[in-house]
Design a binder for this molecule. Structure first.
Ligand code: ZN
Length: 288
């Protein structure tokens, strides 16, 4: 499942390839699951729109669109109305892609064979195509205006705000890190890796962490995420180009997926426990 660093890498790769291009037409498949907004709204919003840029918001890929040569009809789904701000021009809309478990957004030449499980094709004025392929169909496509992630951005949040997110929370810190309403985009692997580097056990109650604990965690989360993003920078083509290979790059995990293997710091076997249904890995000696 793509996590924040992968989504960041993919968004950067897509931005390089399609920013400035215009979506000339849209084809949507018949499977209903990938469409979070009504098909007609997706088509109306995307067609004749210029892709101003592509960025990551939480674990979403967001295409910022500007309407080209037609009156802005606005986006009329419920979510968009709720999220839209009066300061937002109606001509600004976003195409939001969540990759789910197996979703891929690839840039193709039009003569390339259409892969099985292709659910959407956006034809671009440059002649290329943006295709959304997703065998397991947990990915979602939607359109909105003024889209924002529910939580704060882990690469931008300030220390005071970060500390306040966990104040008084009786849930394990691991669960709090995975709560997308607090921090947006931190998934299971990077939560485990960040907690290891910060020396904090995943089961500790968030409210029991000292300010110093939280300060260490605050520094470790972006450190881990940025290392993974840098690793991904060299392999963008693997995710965005249609001839790229399957699979995501991996940060050298220090605890995640290493149950029973020796801790890289102290040689103690790494433990695996389940917290809120998710595997959590930690070193019983290095993490308190
Ligand atoms: Zn250790």
């Amino acid at each position: 499942m793509p996590e924040l660093p992968e989504v960041e890498t993919i968004a950067r790769g897509l931005a390089k390839r399609v920013a400035g291009d215009v979506i000339s037409s849209v084809w949507l498949g018949s499977k209903p699951e990938p469409l979070k907004s009504p098909a007609s709204e997706i088509v109306r919003t995307l067609e004749s729109s210029r892709i101003k840029g592509v960025r990551r918001v939480g674990k979403h890929i967001v295409f910022d669109l500007i309407s080209e040569g037609r009156p802005a009809s606005g986006v009329k789904n419920r979510r968009a109305r709720k999220l839209s701000k009066p300061t937002h021009s109606l001509s600004d809309a976003q195409w939001i892609v969540h990759l789910g478990m197996t979703g891929r957004m690839v840039v193709c030449e039009p003569n390339e064979e259409i892969a099985k499980h292709t659910h959407a094709i956006a034809k671009l004025a440059s002649g290329r195509e943006l295709r959304f392929v997703d065998p397991r169909r947990f990915g979602r496509l939607s359109v909105a205006s003024g889209f924002e992630a529910p939580g704060v951005e882990p690469l931008e949040v300030e220390l005071e705000r970060f500390v306040s997110l966990f104040h008084g929370r009786k849930t394990p810190i691991k669960s709090a890190l995975l709560n997308q309403k607090l921090l947006s985009g931190v998934g299971n692997i990077y939560a485990d890796e960040s907690l290891f580097r910060a020396g904090i056990r995943p089961r500790r109650r968030a409210s029991s962490l000292s300010r110093e604990d939280l300060r260490r965690l605050y520094l470790c989360i972006p450190e881990v995420l940025k290392e993974a993003i840098e690793l991904g920078g060299s392999s963008i083509s693997d995710y965005v180009d249609s001839d790229g290979e399957e699979g995501f790059f991996q940060l050298q995990h220090r605890v995640y997926g290493r149950e029973g293997e020796p801790c890289l710091v102290c040689k103690t076997p790494i433990k695996r426990i389940v917290i809120a249904g998710r595997s959590s890995h930690y070193c019983p000696k290095c993490q308190k």
